[in-house]
Design a protein around this ligand. Structure first.
Ligand code: M6R
Length: 612
């Protein structure tokens, strides 16, 4: 969702630097963008709806791209309050255009504040909640920008990450955070800030992640951190090991395709030192042994979207190999329920970005109830990883495509390894699990073959099915999370109405939808439930629906009854979601391409969902 970037330097910066920073944030999702910079004690700004390339074009047309300055801020907006328009784009300015503010989050009491400000004569130019911030700063400003910002923050209810500039302070940006992410950094005469590390990696690897209730004052040589009362805070930055090149497309047409093809490597990185010759050895959680062995009586997963699907696969895994009580809830529901967690519960907060607000609230609720919260995240220093009691990083490198791909498979492999370690601690070693873990170690190799050999056949299927408006994915047991994830990938980037059901649920309602215009993707297991699945496929076919089966190469019987098939290498049942994921990802990707859609930037979606 909204992205923030800003620089203050003792050397000249250019509009093109801000635009480059914004481009690195594109993946978060946005619908308009804008920048403001200080030119000889005057704030200049440009805004544009649509892609950043549109903003760049405006800058180019007005010869602004190379315009130098020392202090500037930039923003990508994902509309919440007020339609997508230039007026509603950030930066927002006060009545006299002395201050510029960019904001990510939602100001919940904006209407009340706006009414009061209008009564006092302020004129608003947008319908946004954010604009109240700049008018409040205008009112609160006496001589000192920091004091004006602090006074303003105390009036705001809701969430924010903000960056503020004043025309007469060309060497200063004030930033603050509550509920929305913000990171600051400094190197050799330049201080910078951003919503995440990607725009800053080009300059520095030392990042300071602001906590809620912290305010940063950025000057060219240094940044200073304060609390909301203006008391200084001293904290060391975190070293980030991501390389800037990891956030590049490296010759692929889209990040999504690059990330799908990275899976042989990313899966290995997620497991290095954690799964060794079929043995779970996650050092980071060794100190949890006593808690797990002697106290823990439940695992509870809180997550959203794809991360939730990885959690569902883990539920089937834990349930197959142990009697451990395992609950899972979508975070947006969890936070408004009365979840049964206490000091004997291990809560797994799964979040690629580590910033999903619903999952974060779930973490806070679980901690308040005394649970031990272990985050599974891909982003070092993210809010969820910092607020949890412990964290397991996925180590896949940045995922830029909005659709989660490599992080999903890394999550499953890591969660299965974690679950195995927990089961071993509680019940001792288990040969069946060991067999599965040894197979997981072979998955990177299997992926390589799979990814290099599916293209031709996949494209035939894509051409045949791309024009259907609806599609249903069905699976049983481990096939069910695979079906949910396949359907999510297809719907989010191709806008086909793709829905997922447990195959056994069909006759309780969804089968009524099926006819020749509603194809079904059936994920056929290799073991015990294969015959049940075949019966479901027959039921579907009897309604005239076309069926594509994801099935083992050898299963000629199932292939015969289906209209189309995709070969899946034979693996143990629990690996089904792991092994079919690259195939359903590729199917969704190529459908989007055939429909001339941009899979990296699906409409209405954001990579990091920081509003409720
Ligand atoms: O960053 P998170 O894992 O917390 O994100 C949760 C969902 O928003 C996310 O998994 C989303 O469903 C995927 N981008 C879909 O591909």
């Amino acid at each position: 969702m909204c992205g923030i970037v800003g620089f203050v330097s003792d050397k000249k910066i250019k509009v093109s630097d801000l635009i480059l920073g914004l481009k690195k944030l594109e993946y978060r999702g946005y619908d308009s963008s804008g920048i403001a910079y200080n030119c000889d004690n005057k704030i200049k700004y440009i805004k544009k709806t649509g892609r950043i390339s549109e903003l760049e074009k405006v800058a180019l047309d007005h010869n602004l791209l190379e315009e130098p300055f020392y202090c500037g801020i930039a923003h990508t907006r994902w509309a919440t309050h007020g339609m997508v328009s230039e007026q509603n784009s950030h930066p927002h300015m006060d009545c006299k255009e002395q201050f510029a503010v960019i904001h990510n989050g939602i100001i919940e009491n904006f209407q009340e504040l706006k009414n009061q400000l209008e009564d006092r004569g302020h004129v608003f130019k947008s319908q946004t909640d954010s604009e109240v911030i700049v008018h409040l700063i205008e009112e609160n400003f006496k001589k000192d920008l920091l004091q004006a910002v602090l006074a303003t923050l105390n009036l705001l209810k809701g969430t924010y990450a903000i960056a503020v500039m004043h025309k007469d302070s060309p060497n200063e940006i004030i930033a603050a955070r509550k509920g929305s992410p913000l990171v600051v950094s400094n190197i050799e005469g330049i201080s910078m800030l951003a919503s995440d590390v990607t725009p800053l990696l080009k300059y520095s690897k030392d990042m300071l992640f602001l906590n809620d209730g912290e305010v940063a004052v950025l000057t060219p040589n240094k940044y200073y951190i304060y609390d909301l009362e203006g008391k200084p805070i001293h904290r060391n930055p975190t070293k980030i090991f991501w390389d800037e090149s990891l956030a590049e497309k490296s010759g692929y047409p889209h990040f999504m395709l690059k990330e799908i093809f990275e899976q042989p490597h990313s899966l290995k990185s997620a497991l290095v030192g954690r799964l060794v010759n079929g043995e779970p050895q996650i050092q980071e959680i060794k100190y949890l042994y006593d808690f797990v062995k002697n106290k823990m009586n439940k695992i509870y997963v809180v997550a959203c979207g794809t991360s939730y699907h990885a959690g569902v696969a883990t539920k089937y895994f834990v349930n197959k190999y142990s009697n451990i009580d395992f609950e899972i809830e979508v975070a947006s529901e969890f936070r408004y329920m009365n979840p049964q967690v206490d000091d004997r519960t291990l809560v797994l907060a799964i979040s690629q970005s580590g910033e999903t607000i619903d999952t974060l609230e779930g973490v806070r609720i679980a901690k308040n109830k005394g649970a031990f919260v272990l985050a599974i995240s891909n982003v070092v220093g993210s809010t969820i990883s910092r607020e949890s009691d412990a964290v397991l990083y996925m180590n896949t490198g940045p995922e830029i495509g909005v659709a989660a791909t490599k992080t999903y498979t890394a999550q499953i492999a890591l969660l299965y390894t974690l679950a195995s370690q927990i089961i071993y601690w509680k019940y001792g070693k288990n040969n069946e699990i060991e067999k599965v873990l040894k197979e997981i170690e072979k998955v990177p190799k299997i992926y390589e073959e799979l990814l290099n050999n599916t293209n031709g056949h996949m494209m035939e299927l894509v051409k045949k099915y791309k024009n259907f408006k609806d599609m249903m994915y069905i699976g049983r047991n481990f096939g069910y999370p695979a079906a949910m994830e396949g359907a999510l990938k297809l719907k989010e980037i191709s806008y086909i109405n793709a829905i997922a059901y447990q195959a056994g649920e069909l006759k309780h309602g969804p089968i009524a939808l099926l006819d020749e215009n509603f194809p079904v993707f059936a994920i056929v297991p290799f073991g015990g439930l294969r015959d049940k699945m075949i019966s479901n496929i027959m039921e579907v076919k009897a309604r005239g629906a076309k069926v594509i089966v994801l099935v083992s190469k050898e299963d000629t019987q199932t292939k015969k009854i289906a209209d189309d098939f995709i070969d899946v290498p034979i693996v143990s049942e629990p690996l089904l979601p792991l092994i079919v994921a690259p195939l359903t990802q590729l199917f969704a990707y190529y459908i989007a391409i055939e429909k001339h859609l941009d899979p990296d930037k699906p409409r209405n979606l954001a990579k990091s969902v920081t509003v409720e």
